[in-house]
Design a protein around this ligand. Structure first.
Ligand code: NDP
Ligand code: MG
Length: 383
């Protein structure tokens, strides 16, 4: 029986993680969950899964929930609550499915407590990959990918030697606006952007897919998870999202992982690794139904965020921290209607130009820069 704690239980990855847990009651138990603001769904989850420990984002929701949850459930809130869910309980494995760099500190605490980390929260690896990977090495803790591309690469690498890898090939659907020219992007709406062709995901990552910042963040995520230099990481447009990613070896052999788009596959693989389990309700891949698979090279002029991410990754230090914080802030301004779609990349470019890089930042420096960049983006973008 594996004991699981889950940050971000009410989100897209969070609810799908709970589906996996529920379909194998003999394999998994849920120790602890964190909820953001969706208290109604959170309460349903508490009643159904009966975690021993729960955390909510805000004090007022803590006060409300305290009257409604079972007496023996421990309740926390805020950053301290995230830490409790991540580190201070009996779980063997933490699924980090919270959104954004707020996931960094609890991830480090979970590693220090010796927990295996199943990481969906890519912003944590982008903002401070050097701290997370160093801590995982120090405490001999596994960082298992949940992101579908990284799970694909991880699966392709089983039994292989990293030094025999020639390149990692991350596939990208191209997001909601893949059929549009750059000139057609000026007046696109939030609603249009939220309409992803292949995957159903949370709002922020759906916008990141439309700008291709998602793939940019994933390039940096791959750098940290697999220790591959940026020159050996490539992005390939593949509109069907059937090949989830590939690895090319030095002899020219390419291994790919395929499947219908369903995040429960990589979530479950991270929970059962190195074993596999059946997946209830999984639509199997019928390649004869798919018929054709398409591939093309992405242009950094069309998808400027992808270029920013490669540059930021290569530059290192605090530059990826700035890239991530500026993107988080800009996407949230786009989602609430304050800035336009193309202003997302403008905000990121401005923040990157403004920042003075620190080469090996500490946790405190990263947290400080993360805050400072968000303030900067609001200041220059909100008229
Ligand atoms: P969602 O927006 O659907 O869910 C985010 C979760 O985090 C919710 O439980 C939300 O709570 C909680 N949350 C958000 N902000 C805070 C905060 N400041 N403090 C505490 N809790 C917070 O996101 P996704 O599930 O789509 O994505 C989660 C992570 O997984 C992201 O890093 C994303 O890049 C990554 N990922 C997602 C994929 C997907 O298919 N969705 C695929 C691959 C990676 P509430 O809703 O209650 O407010
Ligand atoms: Mg992905």
């Amino acid at each position: 029986m594996k004991k699981i704690s889950l940050l971000g239980a009410t989100g897209s990855i969070g609810t799908q993680t709970l589906d996996v847990i529920k379909s194998h009651p003999d394999k998994f138990t849920l120790e602890a969950i964190s909820i953001g603001r969706n208290i109604d769904l959170g309460l349903k989850q508490i009643n159904e899964y009966k975690p021993k420990l729960v955390s909510v984002q805000f004090k007022e929701d803590y006060d409300k929930l305290l009257k409604e949850i079972p007496k023996n459930t421990k309740l926390f809130y805020g950053n301290e609550g995230l830490e409790e869910v991540a580190a201070n309980n009996d779980a063997d494995i933490l699924v980090n499915a919270v959104l954004g760099s707020v996931g960094l500190k609890p991830t480090l605490s979970a590693i220090q407590a010796g927990k295996t980390i199943a990481i969906a929260n890519k912003e944590t690896l982008v903002t401070a990959g050097h701290l997370v990977t160093a801590e995982a090495n120090k405490f001999n803790v596994n960082l298992l990918p949940v992101d579908s591309e990284h799970s694909a690469i991880f699966q392709c690498l089983q039994g292989e030697r990293l030094q025999e890898v020639d390149k990692l090939i991350l596939t990208a659907s191209g997001g909601s606006f893949r059929h549009l020219e750059r000139s057609q992007l000026a007046n696109v709406t939030v609603q249009d952007a939220l309409n992803h062709p292949n995957w159903s995901m949370g709002a922020k990552i759906t916008i990141d897919s439309a700008t291709m910042m998602n793939k940019g963040l994933e390039v940096i995520e791959a750098y940290w998870l697999f220790g591959m230099p940026y020159e050996k990481i490539e992005v390939l447009l593949h509109q069907e999202s059937i090949i989830h990613s590939m690895v090319e070896f030095i002899d020219g052999s390419v291994i790919a992982q395929l499947g219908t788009p369903d995040m429960r596959v990589p979530i479950q693989y991270a929970l059962t690794y190195p074993n596999r389990l059946d997946l209830v309700g999984k639509k199997r891949l019928s390649l004869w139904e798919v018929g054709k698979l398409h591939f093309s090279k992405p242009s950094f002029d069309r998808y400027r965020c992808l270029g920013f991410a490669f540059e930021a990754g290569k530059s290192g230090g605090t530059v990826p921290t700035v890239l991530n914080a500026a993107n988080e802030e800009a996407v949230s301004l786009f989602l609430n209607g304050t800035i336009s779609f193309l202003e997302i990349e403008e905000a990121i470019e401005k923040a990157l130009n403004w920042h003075q890089k620190i080469s090996s930042p500490t946790l405190e420096e990263i947290q400080h820069i993360d805050k400072e960049v968000r303030t900067f983006v609001k200041k220059v973008m909100v008229k």
